[in-house]
Design a binder for this molecule. Structure first.
Ligand SMILES: Nc1ncnc2c1ncn2[C@@H]1O[C@H](COP(=O)(O)OP(=O)(O)OP(=O)(O)O)[C@@H](O)[C@H]1O
Length: 248
């Protein structure tokens, strides 16, 4: 299988702490890859390094055949790396629909997002409404994003990320703070996502990880512990040890 993303021996330090320590990760086209590990393992930092929000101190990141190590997050988003954050990042004063339209407008080349010329609006509206429907937000399409619940903002951010037509979607704890109905909708959405999109998922809920992921990578104290299929990881003594150490 062709690798879409390769992170080679990437390292990020914060003072004397090495948050991510020479981690190598490979994600193939269409793969659902989960990143797990105890608190502070370096999962979010690794997503930040891949998305470009944080620069590596050492190592290299390749995406779709090019070296993206030095590219900023906006450039990486434009070439197909979409991201959702632990705290949903939406424009609170715009409606849910406008948020998705702006995300789609950026995809087609809009500058800095906010002013969407009317002539493009018509073309953006139908796909934006379809995305809101997919994430279950049709009823609040015209509500200001700032008035939505945490769970709804999370779904909105996923719709916005999809509007960017990513080839790789980075999801940082997408189920956090969702109701059980919303979690079920999220699982359905991710399960039905086209295999044209690869997914790198950070998630504490191991039931979701084992349901959704083809491959699981375990980090502990910034270091790579294991990579394998869900069954292999679940039964791995090394992985149990990493978690046991973390809770001791
Ligand atoms: N901006 C920062 N400045 C200083 N230290 C940081 C910074 N970001 C992360 N760290 C530290 O790096 C380590 C890894 O953090 P990170 O958030 O990547 O872990 P995580 O596996 O995502 O944890 P969690 O599951 O709790 O979200 C932690 O010790 C954290 O305190």
């Amino acid at each position: 299988m062709t690798a879409l993303l390769t992170a080679e021996a990437v390292t990020r330090r914060y003072g004397s702490l090495t948050a991510v320590d020479r981690v190598t990760l490979r994600i193939t086209e269409g793969e659902r890859h989960a990143l797990i590990g105890p608190n502070g393992a370096g999962k979010t930092t690794l997503l930040d390094l891949i998305g470009g929000a944080t620069r590596v101190d050492a190592g290299r990141i390749g995406f779709a055949g090019r070296d993206v190590t030095r590219l900023g997050p906006a450039r990486r988003a434009r070439i197909g790396i979409g991201r959702i954050h632990q705290r949903p990042a939406v424009w609170p004063s715009l409606t849910a629909l406008e948020n998705v339209e702006v995300a789609a407008w950026r995809r087609v080349g809009g500058l800095r997002g906010v002013a969407t010329p009317g002539r493009f609006r018509g073309r953006l509206r139908e796909p934006a409404l379809a995305l809101l429907d997919r994430v279950g937000l049709t009823e609040v399409a015209t509500s200001a994003a700032g008035h939505l619940s945490h769970g709804q903002r999370r779904q909105l951010e996923i719709a916005m990320a999809l509007a960017g037509e990513p080839r790789l979607l980075l999801l940082d704890e997408p189920a956090a703070g969702l109701s059980s109905v919303e979690v079920q909708r999220l699982v359905t959405l991710l399960s039905n996502l086209s295999r044209e999109v690869s997914v790198l998922l950070v998630e504490h809920r191991l039931d979701l990880v084992y349901t959704l992921a083809d491959t699981v990578t375990v980090l502990h104290d910034g270091r790579h512990v294991a990579t394998g299929g869900p069954a292999e990881i679940r039964d791995s003594p090394e992985v149990r040890r990493a978690y046991a150490e973390a809770v001791r």
